[in-house]
Design a protein around this ligand. Sequence first.
Ligand code: Z5A
Length: 210
Amino acid sequence: MSTRGAFIVVEGLDRAGKTTQVSALQTRLENEGILCKLLKFPDRTTAIGQMIDSYLRSQSELDDRAIHLLFSANRWELASTIEKLLAAGTTVICDRYAFSGVAFSAAKGLTFEWCRSPDVSLPAPDLTLFLDITPEAARSRGGYGEERYEKEEMQRKVREVFRRISSELDEASWVTIDAGRDLDTVADEIWSVSRPFTKGLSIPIQRLWM
Ligand code: Z5A
């Protein structure tokens, strides 16, 4: 098999610096001449994404299971695009993915197994970088905002579910990064962990939770 691009996901709590760090990683990849594409979930630009956006802003109400399935459908909308990009040799960087889906819905009380099921067999990340930050440190970055889940108690529960997710995954594909440090230190660690993956992979695209 010829080489393909790597699928790198950045996960973490609110204010952990995901958006800042995916952008820094994209810049480093481009500077090295590595083809890359940056994606973000939820993708609020699609019809499904607009329903999610309205829910997150508390402009609409939805059953917990219904919103969970919409978040998953939002990923399935882009699954074939991700596969095509990887097959074409492009490194795909993704700001949040299915792990956030499980973490936030399970934190609300839905069962872990039920939360995972709609995302089973999505393209699996080759590497997930979990930006870990304490709720206290996150608060010091400007406090929680206006959106539905931006509350300290919710973020604490989400952090616990992320711990469970990481304990059940292959250690080589899930790397926890201390995101409470300064921006450049975090960016340097992300780069050193990601770099080997960006040379191209010769294994087939893996399937999530299979
Ligand atoms: N959600 C879900 O329920 N189910 C799903 O399936 C998915 C998501 C995919 C929206 O996500 C919500 O959807 C989210 C999970 C749920 N709810 N919550 N919480 P989103 O990704 O659109 O929004 P977000 O995660 O809340 O993004 P955010 O607030 O923008 O956080 P961030 O991207 O991690 O941080 P940032 O924007 O890069 O940085 C935040 C601030 O900190 C900013 O001022 C930076 O300049 C500063 N910063 C960043 N790094 C540092 C360092 N190292 N030191 C100091 N200051 C820093």
